[in-house]
Design a protein around this ligand. Structure first.
Ligand code: TRP
Length: 463
C-alpha cells in the first residue's frame, strides 16, 4: 500500500488503498477488460452479424469511442476517489453544481450486477469444460459429437446452476479479500498465459488449411450485410469488452496513484484487449470453416469449436484443460471488476466490511443469474423482445445501459468538468489532450446517440 499520494492539498485519498504500482493497475484493468467478451462473445456476435463489416465497425468504435470513454472514466475515478456513485455526486457538485450525476454511477452499479448475473453462468460453462477437457471426452471427438455434448450440457439446468454457483462463490471469495490481496494477485499471470495459449491454438488454425477463409470472413467487409442493429451491437460490444460505461474502470481509477499516465495506460489496455479478441476470432473461424460449422452458432460457438481442434492435437486434453482454466481465470478477473462498483458503493454507503458487501451483493447476483441459467434449458422457449431472458439481459446492458453510461461519462468529463481539472489528470494540454477532448466532447456522445436513434429507427421517423 502506497500512501504518499497527496501531491496537492485538495487531493483526496482513496478509501480502499492503492494499487501497489502502475503495472498493478494496468494488469487489473486489463484483467477486467480481457474476459469472456474477447474469447466467447466477440467471435459469436461477429459470426451472427456477418463478419468483416461488423468487425471494422467494432474496431472504429473501440478507437473513436472506447478510448475517450476509458480515459474519461479513469480520470473521473482518480479525481473523485470514491465509489462511482459517490464520485459522480462529489465531482458533479464540485464541477457542475449538481449531485444528480450520481445517477450515472447508480446506473453503472445496476449494469454491473445485471451483467455479472449472466456472465457468471457462461463462466460456469468454462469451469465445467475444464473438467470435461481433463477427463479426455473431447479427444478425437467429431464436431458433431462435440456439438451434441454442448447441447446436452447446457440442457441440464442442474449442472449449469451448479457451475454458476461455483463461479459466483469464487468471485465472492476474491472480492471479499479486498483490492490488494484479492484483485492484484489474480491478474498477474493470467493475461500473459492466455496470450501464449492463444498462440498455440493459432498454430493449429494456421495449418488447418482454412485459415484464409477465416481471415476473409473476419476482414473482408460486405457493408450490404450491415444493419443499424448490428452497428449498435458492435458499439455495445466495444463498451462491454473494454469494461467501460458502467463505472468499473472509474472504481479502479479511484485506487490509482497520481503519477500514473492515464493516456499510456488506456492505450496499453485497449491494445491488449483488441489483440486478444482478434486472436480468438482468428483461431475460431478457421475451425468453423474446416468442420462445416455455422459461424452464426450463437453463445455455444467457442464450446463447439475449440474442443474439436484440441481433440485433434497430440496432448489436446492437456492443452484444452489449460485453456479453459485460463478462460475461467479471465472471466474471474472480469467478474471481480463487474462487482466492484456495487461492492465499493455498499461498503461506503452502509459502512460495512468488504466481506459482507461481497456476500450480500454476490447472493443477489446469483439469484438474478438463475434467469439466465434457465434460458438454455427449462425456459429456452420463453422468449420475448430479443429472445430468452439471457438474450434480453445481455441486450439491455451491453447495447443500452453501457453506451448510455458512455454518453453521460463523456459529456461530464468533456463539458461539465473544468478544462483545468481534466488537463491536470491527463497530463497537460498537448496533442493527446486535444484529441481526447474532441473525441469526448463531440465524437463519442454524438456518435453513440446517432447509432442509438438509427438502431431504434427513431432518426428515420423524425426526418
Ligand atoms: N470486459 C469484460 C469482458 O470482456 C466484461 C465486462 C463488462 C466487465 N463490463 C465490465 C468486466 C466491467 C469488468 C468490469 O469479458
Amino acid at each position: 500500500m502506497q500512501n504518499s499520494q497527496a501531491t496537492t492539498a485538495e487531493k483526496r485519498t482513496s478509501l480502499h488503498g492503492f494499487w501497489s504500482s502502475r503495472m498493478a493497475f494496468i494488469l487489473a484493468v486489463t484483467g477486467s477488460a480481457v474476459g469472456l467478451g474477447n474469447i466467447w462473445k466477440f467471435p459469436y456476435i461477429a459470426g451472427e452479424n456477418g463478419g468483416g463489416a461488423f468487425v471494422i465497425v467494432y474496431l472504429f468504435c473501440v478507437v473513436l469511442i472506447g478510448m475517450p470513454v476509458m480515459m474519461s472514466e479513469i480520470l473521473i475515478g482518480r479525481r473523485g476517489r470514491r465509489n462511482p456513485v459517490a464520485t459522480m455526486a462529489l465531482l458533479g457538485q464540485e464541477e457542475g453544481g449538481s449531485r444528480n450525476w450520481q445517477w450515472v454511477g447508480g446506473m453503472g452499479v445496476i449494469a454491473g450486477i445485471l451483467i455479472l448475473s449472466y456472465y457468471s453462468v457462461i463462466a460456469g460453462w468454462t469451469l465445467a469444460y475444464v473438467f470435461k477437457s481433463a477427463s479426455g471426452v473431447f479427444s478425437g471427438a467429431s464436431a458433431d459429437e462435440i456439438g451434441a455434448h454442448f447441447s446436452a450440457f447446457v440442457g441440464n439446468w442442474k449442472l449449469v446452476a451448479f457451475s454458476h454457483t461455483l463461479f459466483m462463490g469464487l468471485t465472492i471469495f476474491v472480492v471479499a479479500r479486498g483490492v490488494e490481496r484479492g484483485l492484484e494477485q489474480a491478474v498477474r499471470f493470467m493475461v500473459p498465459a492466455l496470450i501464449v495459449l492463444m498462440l498455440v491454438l493459432l498454430g493449429y488454425s494456421l495449418t488447418s488449411g482454412h485459415f484464409g477463409e477465416g481471415v476473409a470472413f473476419l476482414f473482408m467487409p460486405d457493408f450490404s450485410k450491415l444493419t443499424w442493429d448490428s452497428v449498435l451491437i458492435a458499439l455495445g460490444h466495444a463498451f462491454f469488452t473494454l469494461s467501460i460505461g458502467m463505472g468499473a474502470i472509474m472504481a479502479y481509477g479511484a485506487y490509482l496513484p497520481e503519477d500514473t499516465s492515464i493516456n499510456g495506460t488506456s492505450v496499453a489496455v485497449v491494445t491488449a484487449d483488441t489483440v486478444i479478441a482478434i486472436l480468438a476470432a482468428l483461431v475460431i473461424f478457421p475451425i468453423v470453416f474446416e468442420f462445416g460449422l455455422n459461424p452464426a452458432d450463437g453463445p455455444g460457438l467457442v464450446f463447439d469449436t475449440l474442443p474439436v481442434a484440441f481433440g485433434q492435437m497430440t496432448g489436446g486434453a492437456f492443452f484444452s484443460t489449460i485453456f479453459f482454466v485460463l478462460l475461467a481465470f479471465a472471466a474471474w478477473t472480469s467478474a471481480i471488476g463487474l462487482m466492484e462498483p456495487a461492492v465499493a458503493w455498499y461498503v461506503e454507503n452502509f459502512h460495512r466490511t468488504r466481506a459482507e458487501a461481497a456476500i450480500v451483493i454476490g447472493v443477489l447476483i446469483w439469484l438474478l443469474g438463475i434467469g439466465s441459467v434457465l434460458s438454455f434449458n427449462v425456459l429456452s422457449d420463453f422468449t420475448f423482445y430479443r429472445g430468452t431472458i439471457f438474450d434480453n439481459v445481455d441486450y439491455l446492458t451491453s447495447n443500452i445501459m453501457l453506451p448510455l453510461g458512455g454518453v453521460f461519462i463523456t459529456v461530464f468529463a468533456g463539458w461539465v468538468m473544468c478544462r483545468n481539472s481534466t488537463a491536470e489528470e491527463l497530463g497537460g494540454t498537448g496533442t493527446a489532450y486535444m484529441l481526447w477532448r474532441i473525441l469526448a466532447r463531440f465524437v463519442a456522445p454524438v456518435g453513440i446517440m446517432f447509432v442509438f436513434l438509427k438502431a431504434v429507427g427513431l432518426l428515420d421517423w423524425l426526418m
